[in-house]
Design a protein around this ligand. Structure first.
Ligand code: NAP
Length: 484
């Protein structure tokens, strides 16, 4: 960690950033580098009493914050954005050290994470209400938008900065306060980014992180506490179901960004080189550990051989290793459970008749070789489950109808991708795919300016875009009577 130039970020890593609370120093959480297995440091965890106290402080801070003007909030958020960009190299290094993604991707995540702060700094000024033509002569009707109140969030390890800023920035922009729980495997990036928020002028009680060895304890407190008015969760569908049920008790506002199982489709009229480039970007970013990663490939009979040849030629160019090393494009998986799951899915597919065309060799540590599997069928586990690793199972198809049935045959509905140059087919397929986001001749779809989110068991609610701030706002209707 000595290579981090901004010392204030380092001090943020040594103790919880919300230093207003009494950290329970007896309880520590070790953070390790998945590329080397070495311990990066320990972070002191919060007790249950600390978490309750953080929520109470948050409620007090929110009452003052909601009185600030949108312009004041925007000014502070703009400063926070700029500090992330000024510290892009340091933050990227922290991400790579604790999460494993290659440094260039980590730099991209810092810019992506910062982009939400910039976007919502502007959106703070646009939370317009409506005036409504009245139903009687003596009344005037309007709506205003007000902050939900204390917002909480639980985030995953795969984008340790962007998943925090995608929630905290709209919350603060809307006038809410925010208490977040980062993933226990990647807390350092989150604490560093919150330290920068304080430097930008965000009050410490307004934006806090809490961490506990048991995520269940934090989840129970966030969901069941009556002061908390909102929970935004990004993570697995399994945990999303638990948290949604827990929030029912207090009828809390909930947003759920959950798992995916993205189909990547190449039609016979596609530009194959563009499709291969999109497939590499979509499948192998973050070693396949993103919720919108292509999970299963459907390639039309007529272009199947051509696609497989070109795809495999590109896959063998990928370089596996420590993300800090130059030229590495595939880092380690996050932990042994993740690696074992991916290897189990490959083994089971091969046992059921799938063929490894490239990759599949043993690697030490948490590394998995980028692998392409053919002769895959729709019923295999590797097609049904979210792989979360650098493995591409490929299925042939011959008709559009058969393809749509297979593509929609999943409980998930986050992202889908397809390649075609026929405008009629493009509209038909785009409308038929049951997903919240569709990439058409494009494998990289994430941006702060477009709504990110899923349908079906991939969740509900949208992040980014003009929709993102609404997740933290209530609409209040005002009826003015007695008007002569
Ligand atoms: P996860 O196991 O669901 O964990 C996500 C977060 O929830 C972590 O902070 C985790 O804490 C916490 N958690 C786990 N069990 C909990 C419980 N019972 N109560 C409260 N919190 C709990 O998911 P993951 O493996 O970290 O992340 C990968 C998943 O996230 C994938 O399914 C991926 O598709 C999804 N994801 C979705 C999006 C999206 O926008 N739709 C974006 C990124 C990732 P610990 O770290 O302490 O375990």
């Amino acid at each position: 960690m000595e290579m981090i130039k901004n010392r204030s970020l380092l001090s943020a890593l040594c103790e919880p950033a919300n230093s207003a609370h009494t950290a329970n120093l007896a309880a520590n959480l070790a953070v390790t580098n998945p590329a080397t297995g070495e311990e990066l440091g320990c972070i002191s965890t919060d007790s249950e009493a600390d978490i309750y106290a953080a929520i109470e402080r948050s409620a007090v801070a929110q009452k003052s914050w909601q009185k600030t003007s949108a312009k004041e909030r925007a000014t502070i958020l703009h400063r926070w954005y700029q500090l992330l960009m000024d510290n892009q190299a340091d933050l990227a290094r922290i991400i790579t050290l604790e999460q494993g993604k290659p440094l260039a991707e980590a730099e991209g995540e810092v810019a992506y994470g910062a982009s939400f702060i910039e976007w919502f700094a502007e959106e703070a000024k646009r939370t317009y209400g409506d005036t409504i033509p009245g139903h009687t002569r003596d009344r005037r009707l309007m709506t205003i938008k007000q902050p939900v109140g204390v917002a909480t969030a639980i985030t995953p390890w795969n984008f340790p900065i962007a998943m925090i800023t995608r929630k905290a920035a709209p919350a603060l922009a809307a006038g809410c306060s925010f208490v977040g729980k980062p993933a226990n495997q990647t807390p350092l990036s989150a604490y560093a980014v919150v330290e920068l928020a304080y430097q930008a002028g965000v009050p410490k009680e307004l934006l806090q992180l809490v961490i506990h060895n048991s995520p269940e304890v934090v989840g129970q407190i966030f969901c069941k506490n009556e002061i908390v008015r909102k929970l935004s969760f990004t993570g697995s569908t399994r945990v999303g179901r638990i948290l949604t049920a827990q929030c029912a008790e207090t009828v809390k506002r909930v947003s759920m960004e959950l798992g995916g199982n993205a189909p990547f489709i190449v039609f016979d009229d596609a530009d194959i080189d563009t499709a291969v480039a999109g497939a590499i970007a979509s499948k192998f970013r973050n070693a396949g550990q993103t919720c919108i990663c292509a999970n299963r490939f459907y390639i039309h009979d007529a272009v199947y051989d051509q696609f497989i040849d070109k795809f495999c030629a590109a896959v063998v160019q990928l370089k596996v290793g420590n993300g800090l090393e130059p030229g590495v494009t595939i880092g380690p998986l996050i932990n042994h459970a993740a690696k074992n799951k991916v290897l189990r899915l490959i083994e089971a597919a091969v046992a059921e008749g799938a063929r490894i065309v490239t990759g599949g060799n043993h690697r030490d540590g948490l590394f998995v070789e980028p692998t392409v599997l053919t002769d895959v069928s729709q019923t295999m586990g590797i097609v049904r489950e979210e792989i979360f690793g650098p493995v591409a199972p490929v299925i042939r198809f011959s008709t559009d109808e058969e393809l749509i049935t297979m593509a929609n045959d999943t409980i998930y509905g986050l992202a889908a991708y397809f390649y075609s140059r026929d405008i009629g087919r493009i509209w038909t397929v785009a409308e038929a795919l049951e997903y919240g986001m569709v990439g058409i001749n494009e494998g990289s779809i994430s941006t702060d300016v477009a709504p990110f989110g899923g349908i079906k068991q991939s969740g509900f609610g949208r992040e980014g875009a003009k929709e993102g701030i609404d997740e933290y706002l209530e609409v209040k209707y005002l009826c003015f009577g007695g008007i002569r």
